[in-house]
Design a protein around this ligand. Sequence first.
Ligand SMILES: [Ca+2]
Length: 425
Amino acid sequence: VDKSGSIRFHNVTAEEFVTRTPGQLTTPKDRLQTSIANTLNVSRENVDVFTVLKRDNANGTFLDVRFSAHGSPYYAPERLNGMLGYRLRQLEEDVGLSVLMVGIDECIEEGRNCELSCKNTLYKSNVPIAVYTNTSSFVGVNAFVQAECVCEAPSPSLTCLNGGFLVNDHCSCPEGFEGPHCEMLGIGFYGNGYALYPPISPCNMTRISVELSPQQEDGLVMYIGPLNYNPRLPVQDFLALELVKGLPVLLLDYGSGTIRIEHRHRYPQGKPFTVEIVLQPQTIEMIVDNCKLSTCMSLDAPKGPNRFLNVNAPLQLGGAAVNLDYLGSLFNWTYVPQDKGFTGRLRNLTINEKTYDLSIPNRVKEVDFGYLFGPANVTAAKCPPWFGLDNFDFAGVLNVNWAEKGASVSYDSVRVNFSIITFDR
Ligand SMILES: [Ca+2]
């Protein structure tokens, strides 16, 4: 259940969901299972739909469905939801039902469940849920998400990632993993790629910080916003950080209009600089290099009555995996982020004190991890050019010592391309 994805359907009962659709040989549940299997490129037997639960809230009655899928390890929830959310239309067509959201998010509508900070918490009951009809029955796990009006806090326990281990209250990490918990801190982009990471929750105050070493003057650094337009849930919130003629520009929409904050101060070429974004209900700040002078601090107030960034989609670095011009026209954004990706390196992304581990994106295109690893003493083992993602634990692969500085890896949702990588497991 902890590694489950979730979908909220609209206009369907639990009974209809597990019963054969009139005129068809299959139930919506069967078709969902097949659709998930096709999207993830796994066999149908590896997909388990284990919760079918009717939910009532102020907006109406919905059907919440939870599922898991596995290749060799189980897929992380962000990955399941991200990949299905990306192909929402296909999913709706396959199942024959309309979807309210992929990745059930009780915090997406500002002020609905919480006045200020909001966090989704998953509850599980030991009592199973059952759906009976004349022709079928379904017994599953009773699990549901509820909004908790607090800010998502980093886990207090000190866990070392990526093969690191604990020594006297701090992590001893393998080479290339420099974060406090052995996070991989950097990632490189060539201007046409992106890397997707888990979403962020709305907080009373959100502080985002990232270090940039650009190699070109223009490009989208970060996009936190919708993957697609859903007329049943028209939440237009987004944040975009971009470089325009070498200057950082922040676009932000809390849900009632886009603001654009632009820095006018030019930075010495070729030197890394840090951009810090502080989101609060009444103010939005962008600070460069922690400098307190008015030339490197920009401040604005949000447009309209909305006060929070509500996004139920992955955080995207280095570029966007979606067509922003198209989304911008549907959502009526006043300013639309550029479609050109970032060229250069990003380092040390932190959001509300949490350091992001950039080594495990949910989905990437044309990125460069290898640049960040020093030359390693390894006996190289060559991989075949294409691997099915099922064949190995991807996080494990990234823990290898890279044989060459400058080696890069790119993969899309189902395939890994190791054609220019050599590694040793
Ligand atoms: Ca909002």
